[in-house]
Design a protein around this ligand. Structure first.
Ligand SMILES: *Cc1c(COP(=O)(O)O)cnc(C)c1O
Length: 359
């Protein structure tokens, strides 16, 4: 059996939810499970996080997968419905919809449903990606209040663009506008994503919406999850399955892109871009083997990658190689690769078998 595998630490997921509860005491937690639970397996994560107050997904397909998997908790669909026929389905399945656009609002006015649908009005407070513009918010709110098949009062939601930058005034501006626009309205409010849960307590309101923190990672550049007391939920590991001595000057892999600057030992690991390990990881990207980080050597292939174990290597075939996990934070790998932890964790492919541990 090929040794590439992902281990999902159930106790770590629960621990991270506890950390979030301590950071936002008294607030409700909408645990973000979109994109297959950030690549961890949506149902596995939902069952681990039974104590969350609601789950957040991107679309109705994801919400249905949760219901089919036995999840009874409230589910919020963050992009809302794409087609009118989803409206009665969402009501029936107890999914809350976000309404972010005039077209959705109009559809909701025209398509009745039973029981009444829970709605979050999405306000564009400055990210300019989704949501009603400030000058259109009051009218949208009024129209929602008049729809008899919408649960009243509607929730009020916006998203922060720069909460991971402590010194960026944009968050303060967004917060100010969000408060102004929703002043005096009775609905529940939600603004905080992971970086805001950590760094912007004044944005916590009624519901926080953490994603990345649940998976044990830091959204703040230069930090890792452990800096905030979080535990990484995903370990991506494999084994050394070939070893060879190479002489100074010998080249490794496709394009002969790397050469040995001195005699050394090269280990080949069963992990490649066909498993979701990033192909653009440069030589030097760390891989953890036998208590130390060793550098990636040459291009990542579809099924394997090579590392420079050094001339004194005592590695044996079958030794465990960790691509990321507790001993090598995914944030460190992401930064070496020029991307973010979100991207790496979402990219692990279905070829890799997943196992739950610490249940
Ligand atoms: C994905 C998402 C979040 C969670 O973001 P993190 O940075 O992972 O905490 C929160 N709100 C919305 C609207 C999202 O799409």
């Amino acid at each position: 059996m090929r040794s590439a595998r992902a281990l999902i630490d159930i106790a770590a997921l629960k621990h991270n939810l506890d950390v979030i509860r301590r950071l936002s005491p008294g607030r409700k937690v909408m645990a973000m499970l979109k994109a297959n639970g950030y690549g961890h397996g949506m149902l596995r994560v939902a069952h681990a996080l039974r104590d969350a107050d609601a789950f957040g997904v991107a679309c109705v397909e994801e919400a249905l997968e949760l219901r089919d998997g036995g999840i009874a908790a409230p589910i919020v669909v963050l992009e809302g419905f794409f087609a009118n026929r989803e409206i009665p389905l969402m009501a029936k399945m107890n999914f809350a919809t976000v309404v972010h656009h005039e077209k959705q609002l109009k559809a909701l006015e025209e398509v009745p449903c039973d029981p009444p649908l829970k709605v979050w009005l999405k306000i564009d407070s400055g990210m300019h990606r989704l949501g009603f513009a400030p000058e259109a918010v009051a009218q949208a709110h009024e129209r929602l209040a008049r729809i008899s098949w919408v649960q009243q009062p509607v929730g009020l939601l916006s998203h922060l663009a720069c909460a991971d930058e402590m010194a960026n005034d944009a968050t303060t501006q967004q917060l100010k506008l969000f408060k102004q626009l929703t002043k005096g309205w009775p609905g529940e409010r939600s603004l905080a994503n992971s970086p805001a849960v950590l760094a912007w307590p004044e944005t916590h309101f009624d519901w926080v919406r953490p994603g990345l923190l649940l998976y044990g990672c830091s959204p703040i550049a230069g930090n890792v999850g452990a800096d905030h007391g979080l535990k990484p939920a995903m370990t991506l590991e494999s084994q050394v399955f070939a070893l060879r001595h190479v002489k100074k000057g010998e080249r490794i892999g496709y394009g002969a892109a790397w050469y040995a600057q001195h005699d050394t030992v090269i280990g080949t690991i069963a992990m490649g871009y066909g498993d979701g390990y990033p192909r653009h990881a440069p030589s030097g990207t760390p891989v953890f083997i036998n208590g130390r980080n060793v550098p990636l050597a040459g291009r990542v292939s579809m099924d394997m990658l090579a590392v420079d174990l050094g001339p004194d290597s005592r590695e044996q075939i079958g030794d465990r190689a960790l691509l990321w996990g507790p001993e090598l934070p995914i944030e460190t790998v992401a930064s070496a690769v020029g991307t973010i932890a979100y991207d790496l964790m979402c990219a692990v492919t279905p070829r890799v078998p997943f196992f739950s541990v610490n249940e």
